[in-house]
Design a protein around this ligand. Structure first.
Ligand SMILES: *Cc1c(COP(=O)(O)O)cnc(C)c1O
Length: 371
């Protein structure tokens, strides 16, 4: 028998979450973000639940190729554009839209020989200070692109730094609108947080919303709002089993560094999941875990291949009992939000789902349904 740890993808949850975003941005089209191997879910698994997308946004051409191999004929945007001139060949062949954020990318396009004119998304640095042309340089970049026979259509893209926080999006939106107001073309501004929190303003939604994290069922502004608040369902469940138990007495300690000491009798379960599976080592005593669908807590330090949990609330737990590290209990239905686990490690749900290790098998719970 293989080690019992497993990441299960729920395409039905992806479908549901996609619907939630549609409801928040009813007049926009959705470029579902599937970078980082669909936030760790696997492009192929995620695609099962995201077929109703209007398009996909990825980082790597290999991810775009995988979508085309799944027979996806709709739009695919490369969020950072091409990394070298010969990538443009593949853009032509695969019909990819690509972001243009710097002069070098315009130079490469100008030198590119193609029968297929490209659709590009000209990126503005409206205050994030990551990729993009500053407002001062944006219009000259547009004029250069607009003069190229290789370019068929120019759209405008920018990215918000504070859509999930008190600073909000107004300052960047103003810069973006001021700079582009008389330029023809579609607009894409919002990530998940902007779509859900700022989405009541049509200008923020633009023509193409770029939802990522919400699709996968994590709240874009936890802990202000939970995934439940946004009506999101976990698209991934990381599950394992109890592979050992110990009976502790007052004064007994647990694991490396003896960071937990039992105050009295306590039954401990050993779970086949450690930091080499991508579970954060920074999660300490008290981090929530589900055993047989019942919420309990992690004890002591996470080690490479194992972690320990308190079985006090689950007296019937034994060898082979189901453990949910995050997501939905397959047998009991209860849910443990990845956001809670991430918060216990001082990070965000994004990082946990992207960091599930290669040794953890990833399956879709709809694979069995296919003929
Ligand atoms: C990753 C990314 C997104 C999606 O962000 P979420 O917070 O996951 O919704 C949108 N736009 C760009 C440019 C990105 O890099």
């Amino acid at each position: 028998m293989p080690r019992p740890i497993l990441a299960t993808i729920h395409p039905q949850a992806l479908r549901h979450n996609l619907e939630q975003v549609r409801r928040a941005a009813p007049d926009a089209q959705l470029l579902c973000v599937a970078k980082a191997n669909a936030y760790g879910h696997g492009v192929e698994h995620a695609f099962q639940g995201l077929r109703a997308a209007d398009g996909f946004a990825v980082l790597e051409i290999a991810e775009a190729q995988r979508l085309r191999a799944l027979d996806w004929r709709g739009p695919i945007l490369l969020l950072e554009g091409v990394f070298e001139p010969r990538d443009l060949e593949l853009c032509s062949r695969l019909g990819l839209w690509h972001t243009v954020h710097c002069d070098a990318q315009i130079d490469w396009l100008a030198a590119h020989k193609t029968q297929v004119p490209h659709r590009v998304f000209l990126k503005m640095n409206s205050g994030m200070n990551r990729l993009g042309f500053t407002p001062e340089r944006f219009r000259s970049a547009w004029a250069r692109l607009n003069a190229l026979p290789q370019v068929e259509e120019i759209s405008f893209i920018t990215h918000f730094s504070d859509a999930d926080g008190p600073r909000g999006t107004a300052h960047q939106l103003q810069v973006f609108e001021q700079t582009t107001h008389d330029l023809p073309g579609e607009r894409s501004l919002s990530n998940s947080a902007a779509a859900l929190l700022q989405g009541t303003r049509e200008a923020v939604r633009g023509d193409w919303v770029r939802p990522g994290i919400v699709l996968y069922g994590s709240s874009p502004d936890y802990p202000t709002h939970t995934a439940d608040h946004w009506g999101l369902q976990p698209a991934m469940s990381l599950t394992s089993q109890i592979i050992g138990t110990q009976q502790l007495h007052a004064g007994d300690t647990v694991g490396y560094g003896s960071t937990f000491t039992a105050e009295g009798d306590l039954r401990l379960g050993v779970v086949a999941c450690g930091y080499a599976d991508g579970y954060p080592r920074l999660c300490g005593t008290g981090t929530p875990v589900l055993v047989n669908g019942v919420r309990t807590r992690l004890l002591g330090r996470v080690s490479m291949d194992m972690l320990c949990v308190d079985l006090t609330p689950v007296p019937d737990a034994q060898l082979g009992s189901e453990v949910v590290l995050w997501g939905r209990s397959p047998r009991h239905g209860s849910v443990l939000s990845i956001d809670e686990v991430a918060a216990a490690a001082g990070t965000v749900g994004y990082e946990l789902m992207c960091a599930v290790a290669a040794r953890v098998p990833v399956v879709s719970d709809e694979d069995a349904l296919r003929p």
